[in-house]
Design a protein around this ligand. Structure first.
Ligand code: DPP
Ligand code: ZN
Length: 847
């Protein structure tokens, strides 16, 4: 496959003044007529050209015309080339496409009897011939004919009737934001008035039967609209905002202008079928897609290398929203757990890439934790460095200066330079250098002065051969011996490879609390004793670092247990007990305190330290630690459980979710002591999915879950989203030696619809995340996943390629596992006609 480089960017030689599309829907023979007005682009470096290339894939060209005269373009698998006049001209074409056989779920496809589209990044070229690149923005008018009561596209409706609709979107947009939906759908409607008085009709369209799962999403949408006005001064800009739920969808959701399309798992919610975490995720995704209306749609990306421009910023915005709606520290801790689990692992392996990559083969492969989550961290750092007020001023200028633009990271940084007068050239390295910097801390205490010396290092990688020092904001506070804060948080701006900062006038040596709030996405090497960590766990005034102190104690203890088989660290267990039983602390926060680093995080830490992770030893250590927690906290667990039962009517809000999280964390440990009796009891009386599912998980772990699993299936067999949980849970809870066999058995289940990405991920995403199961020495996990990826690739390359990342960490394991993994990777790579998506992923992984 061809590699595409950022440095090769050139503007498209024409602009598209207007686009008219006419769809005549048919499952196997949809006709798409297009009429596009092209004008020479004054910004094009080469002036007008005599030939035009239009992208197009899997299209049957019926006819084409230029200025009304039939033409015969040269066709390839990627598009067409045609001689064009030197000035402006009108291009017309008619193509035929086959939505019912479009299993890749890119372009126009069918899901459960409805038509829908997914055009980001390059799906529009599967709908018609077009310059399918984000810097070509145009005004779209769309006509749809088809035997369906609901026919939707972007913008405002011009004509709507059964079987026929016309839409017009006044806002110029790139083709990746085009959307069309048709089907027998039901609207759950709402209304929002913007602060300048525009009345907006809101609809959430679902399949019949799902009407009862719309209310929460609708409220989340209204909350998002209000929040973006209050916090960013951004108002909605059309009279209509539609969301559609679709069962078959590769991503979580898509921000098409005025017509967001959602994976049903990312929008449908009810007390009975969704967990508290599902509710929180749905709220965040609805906000994320809504926020894209400004950061993504009104200001889009010049090219796909700039993807983080919209995704990093929008993830950052949705994280601010969730922090405001719920608990800021709880959200921050959750985000850092996620960042370390996914992004740090990516950075550590062969798929490492900068937040703004400089080359790719298949852009679908770059919708990564690095672009999204690290992209958001970079913006968080920028805000920390310039301050809240300057951040808001810079954003105001960004919206003012670039509204309607297809912009770049240079444009983004320029608004910060212009509003603050700062030189951000060094800061920009966060966008160009791959990898996670490590920051080592050295402390010196003398004469009332604490001197902290920081040293940053970044390992060279394939895309970053000669790493240079980055700008790292280090938020630091000092905690005295009596537990009081002797220096409140200040942000130290590190710019050099090694740099010292002095804290003077102290009466005694304090404990430094460094990287408060996780002020930079780095690995901190701060050599503290167990006693110092326990001191921070007991007293740190920064809630993130207080949690982090506990996490560090737990991790250090687990690493010792893995390496030498010692017992769990008593200082950790004692500190945990104090925090968990402290009723002044938020229950959600205490629930997080009870968590442990994931198996994969421990593997990452071992690899970082130069050890070879043994998945079985990691599993054994974590189980031992869990049992130690259960024993050590035994006298408190029942009370914790009882004190956090919610008696009010169910609400998925932060307070109730936090109480349930703590009660269920207690239940999970309790079921190690009581054989699962309480879990059985909770399962029987649960009136919501959070209680039902956590009880089921605890019961399975205690070995008494089988009848409940059976009952669960009977109860939920007709609910697709709940059945995804049923599939996933069995793999998640399997013993390591049974994980692959459990997954295999599930693939033989009548309800294993493997072409549905949610169902495929329920089984294989869970298997890949089951560290000890997937990496079991037998190699069965590797083989099973590879067999299914080979099967899925011709059907759905995007989801196949995404799942290949399960193999990305192969180099950190022992030679036997390495060769077992490589064998499977190479087996997939030898398949003829392997997709570009999967080929690129596995080639990078195997390098
Ligand atoms: N739908 C994906 C997202 O919102 C891609 N834009 O992140
Ligand atoms: Zn996004």
């Amino acid at each position: 496959p061809e590699t595409i480089y950022l440095s090769d960017y050139t503007a498209f030689p024409w602009t598209a003044k207007s686009v008219d599309l006419h769809f005549t829907l048919d499952p196997h023979a949809t006709r798409v007529r297009s009429c596009i007005r092209f004008e020479p682009n004054p910004a094009s470096p080469n002036g007008p050209e005599s030939e035009m290339f239009l992208h197009g894939e899997k299209l049957k060209l019926i006819h084409a015309k230029i200025d009304g005269a039939p033409v015969t373009p040269t066709l390839t698998n990627e598009g067409l080339t045609i001689a064009v006049p030197s000035g402006s001209f009108t291009w017309e074409a008619e193509v035929e496409i086959d939505p019912a056989n479009n299993t890749a779920l890119e372009g126009l496809y069918m899901s459960g009897g409805m038509y829908c589209t997914q055009c980001e990044a390059e799906g529009f070229r599967k709908i018609t011939y077009y310059p399918d690149r984000p810097d070509v923005m145009s005004v779209f008018s769309v006509t749809i004919d088809g035997p369906h009561p609901v026919l939707l596209s972007n913008g405002n409706p011009v004509v709507t009737s059964d079987n026929h609709a016309q839409w017009h979107d006044p806002w110029p947009k790139p083709a990746y934001l085009f959307a069309l939906v048709a089907g027998d759908l039901i609207a759950h409607s709402g209304q929002f008035t913007t602060r300048s008085g525009r009345d907006v009709t809101l609809n959430l369209y679902v399949r019949p039967g799902d009407e009862g799962k719309c209310a929460f999403g609708m409220q989340a949408l209204k909350d998002s609209m209000k929040w973006d006005e209050d916090v960013y001064g951004r108002e909605y800009d059309l009279d209509l905002f539609n969301i559609v739920a679709v069962d078959d969808f590769n991503m979580g959701a898509m921000e098409n202008k005025g017509l967001n399309i959602f994976n049903s798992s990312a929008v449908l919610a009810s007390q009975e079928t969704s967990t508290d975490l599902n509710f929180e995720r749905i709220e965040a995704i609805i906000a994320h897609e809504y926020f894209h209306n400004w950061t993504g749609n009104r200001i889009t990306c010049r090219d796909w290398f700039q993807l983080c421009l919209k995704e990093g910023l929008t993830v950052f915005r949705d994280s601010q929203f969730t922090a405001d709606m719920r608990s800021e520290p709880v959200k921050r801790i959750g985000d850092v757990i996620d960042l370390r689990g996914r992004q740090f692992a990516e950075d550590q392996g062969p798929l490492a890439h900068p937040v703004r990559p400089e080359s790719f083969q298949e852009i679908n492969n770059f919708y990564t934790a690095t672009i999204y989550e690290k992209g958001a961290e970079v913006i968080r750092m920028l805000k920390t460095l310039v301050g809240d007020q300057a951040y808001r001023e810079a954003l105001d200028l960004y919206f003012e200066r670039h509204d309607g633009d297809a912009a770049t990271i240079e444009d983004w940084l320029q608004v910060f330079e212009d509003t603050t007068g700062r030189d951000l050239s060094q800061f920009k390295r966060w966008y160009s250098q791959a990898g996670t910097p490590r920051v080592a801390v050295n402390e010196a205490w003398a004469d009332g002065t604490l001197t902290l010396t920081f040293t940053q290092t970044l390992a060279p990688s394939a895309t970053t051969a000669d790493p240079q020092p980055q700008v790292i904001p280090l938020a630091v506070g000092l905690i005295g011996k009596d537990g009081r804060e002797v220096a409140s948080t200040q942000v130290l701006e590190m710019t050099q490879a090694s740099q010292s900062f002095a804290f003077e006038g102290l009466t005694e040596a304090p404990v430094a609390s460094i990287l408060r709030g996780f002020s930079a996405p780095v690995v901190l090497d701060h050599p503290l004793s167990d006693a110092q960590r326990a001191h921070l766990l007991a007293h740190d005034t920064d809630p993130f670092n207080r949690w982090e102190a506990g996490r560090n104690l737990a991790q250090a203890s687990l690493l010792d247990m893995i390496r030498t088989g010692v017992k769990p660290n008593a200082a950790y267990l004692a500190g945990l007990k104090t925090v968990v039983t402290d009723a002044t602390l938020d229950p959600a926060y205490r629930a997080l305190m009870m968590g442990l680093p994931s198996h994969s995080d421990l593997a990452t830490a071992l690899h970082d330290a130069g050890d070879i992770p043994d998945p079985e030893a990691i599993h054994t250590a974590v189980e031992t630690m869990r049992t130690a927690q259960a024993t050590d906290l035994a006298e408190h667990l029942e009370e914790l459980y009882a004190a956090h039962q919610v008696s009010e009517a169910y609400q998925p809000d932060a307070a109730q979710s936090g109480a349930r999280a703590l009660a269920n964390a207690a239940l999970s440990l309790l079921s190690r002591n009581d054989g699962g009796a309480l879990a059985q009891q909770q399962y029987a009386s649960a009136d919501n999915m959070t209680q039902q599912l956590s009880a089921l998980g605890a019961a399975i772990r205690a070995g008494v879950g089988a009848p409940m699993l059976e009952q669960f299936q009977q109860q939920w067999r007709d609910d697709r989203l709940v059945m995804d949980k049923w599939f996933a849970l069995q793999v998640v809870q399997a013993k390591p030696e049974d994980a692959a066999a459990t997954a295999k058995a599930l693939t033989e289940h009548a309800d294993f619809n493997w072409k549905n990405p949610n169902r495929f991920r329920a089984v294989f995403g869970s298997l890949a995340m089951h560290h000890a199961g997937f990496h079991h020495g037998s190699g069965d996990g590797y083989r099973l996943l590879a067999d299914w990826l080979i099967k899925l690739d011709p059907v759905n390359p995007q989801t196949t390629a995404r799942m290949c990342s399960a193999f990305q960490t192969w180099k950190r394991y022992d030679p036997a596992r390495q060769s077992l993994i490589l064998e499977q990777v190479n087996q997939i790579l030898t398949k003829p006609d392997l997709s570009r998506d999967t080929t690129e992923m596995l080639t990078r992984i195997a390098e």
